[in-house]
Design a protein around this ligand. Structure first.
Ligand code: FAD
Length: 357
């Protein structure tokens, strides 16, 4: 049965979920306090080669497939250049990914040099991950919301939600600074704002502080063909020509809860590493550094599921990889059409794991 749904948050998670719920015939409103900061700042690597456990790998691999389904219906800024990765134990990671049947091969030095002629220092070997993609993340929320609005979704921007309206144990809407907005179903997809909203109904959605900088250059001539995951950092070049990299090494597994450098020092260091790795950047300076808090759950795994009757939550890192699959699963769950296989995909990420811990 069609429901009225209010989604708090217009980042990739809220926007992708709005689109899937509208497709399923629900009446959806998205309320956002401001810019989707994490989505705007993301490096945009869509991958399943980084993972925490087997279930997490399978969800991420399903995320890649969901991106392809999404891209057939909506014009989205995603390309599929594949990744060259040598910031891991190449043999060990190759064996693990092969065991999952994930597309991966080991390239020799000569093969790497042929694929990336601008590399100054070519490693002895690297993983080639041909199915991995790159999203221009600042575009994503807008592209998904426009498609959702074409299906009738209503967007309410620059309005802060202060709490969840409850009738007994059931959520019936959201309290905004401008008054109450009623709904059959509330979905909190508010990134780092999610914990505070859950707390207003006494629910635990524990997130840790994971601030990050991402550095971009101005537009450069074509230099890189793949996403690179290297000991000097993760790097890619966008179709516009801009090169970008997170300022910290190995940013997906980064566990620092504070930034130890100023934005200028962090971007200068990142630029130095970029110049060390890639020819042709000797006179190039960084042109933008963006700071953002990554929405990272306390155990690093996504938190997706019902918190109470009429109240759902979705907060996760790697939201660029996982947004489209998580949105499909949430829409199926709320519509009551979740298959057994889909329920098994969601099961490890229930918010109730923190209540029971
Ligand atoms: C530097 C960096 C690099 C990253 N790189 C990658 C990567 O390479 N690959 C990958 O898969 N993931 C990556 N991520 C993670 C990814 O960006 C996030 O997981 C994802 O963007 C989270 O999306 P979101 O919609 O939950 O949050 P956001 O994009 O932050 O959106 C949150 C929304 O909620 C709204 N909101 C918050 N509180 C309230 C409130 N009280 N009332 C109303 N609205 C509210 C905000 O206004 C906003 O619209 C990266 C993140 C960062 C910061």
């Amino acid at each position: 049965m069609a429901q009225s749904v209010v989604i708090v948050g217009a980042g990739i998670i809220g926007a992708a979920t709005a689109l899937q719920l509208a497709k399923a015939g629900h009446k959806v409103r998205v309320i956002s306090a401001g810019q989707p900061k994490a989505t705007r700042a993301a490096f945009g690597w869509v991958n399943a080669s980084f993972f925490i456990d087997d279930d997490h790998h399978h969800l991420r691999a399903a995320g890649i497939a969901a991106w392809h389904r999404l891209a057939t219906a909506v014009p989205v800024s995603v390309t599929w250049p594949g990744c060259l990765c040598w910031d891991v134990d190449v043999e060990d990671t190759h064996a693990k990914l092969r065991a999952f049947d994930y597309p991966v091969e080991i390239l020799t030095k000569a093969q790497i040099a042929a694929r990336e002629p601008s590399l100054k220092t070519v490693p002895a070997q690297a993983l080639f991950l041909p199915t991995e993609g790159a999203a221009h993340s600042p575009d994503l929320s807008g592209q998904l919301l426009r498609a959702a609005q074409d299906l009738g979704v209503q967007l309410i921007s620059n309005v802060q939600v202060n709490g969840i309206a409850m009738q007994g144990a059931r959520a019936v809407g959201v309290e905004t600074v401008e008054g109450l907005i009623m709904a059959d179903q509330v979905i909190v997809a508010a990134g780092t704002g999610t914990s505070a909203l859950a707390q207003t109904v006494g629910a635990q959605v524990p997130l840790v502080s994971r601030p990050a900088y991402i550095m971009r250059t101005s537009q450069q001539p074509p230099l890189l063909r793949h996403i690179l995951a290297t000991p000097e950092g993760e790097i890619r070049q966008e179709p516009s020509g801009q090169l970008l990299m997170p300022a910290v090494l190995g940013h997906q597994g980064d566990r620092s809860d504070v930034l130890t450098q100023t934005p200028v020092a962090a971007a200068d260091d990142a630029m130095m590493r970029l110049r060390r790795l890639i020819a042709g950047l000797e006179d190039v300076q960084w042109s933008e550094t963006l700071r953002a808090e990554r929405p990272v759950p306390a155990d690093d795994l996504p938190i997706v599921g019902a918190l109470a009757e009429g109240l759902y939550v979705a907060v996760l890192h790697s939201g660029i990889t996982l947004g489209p699959i998580v949105a499909e699963l949430i829409a199926a769950d709320i519509t009551g059409s979740l298959s057994n296989a889909e329920a098994a995909m969601l099961a490890p990420y229930s918010p109730h794991r923190f209540v029971c811990a």
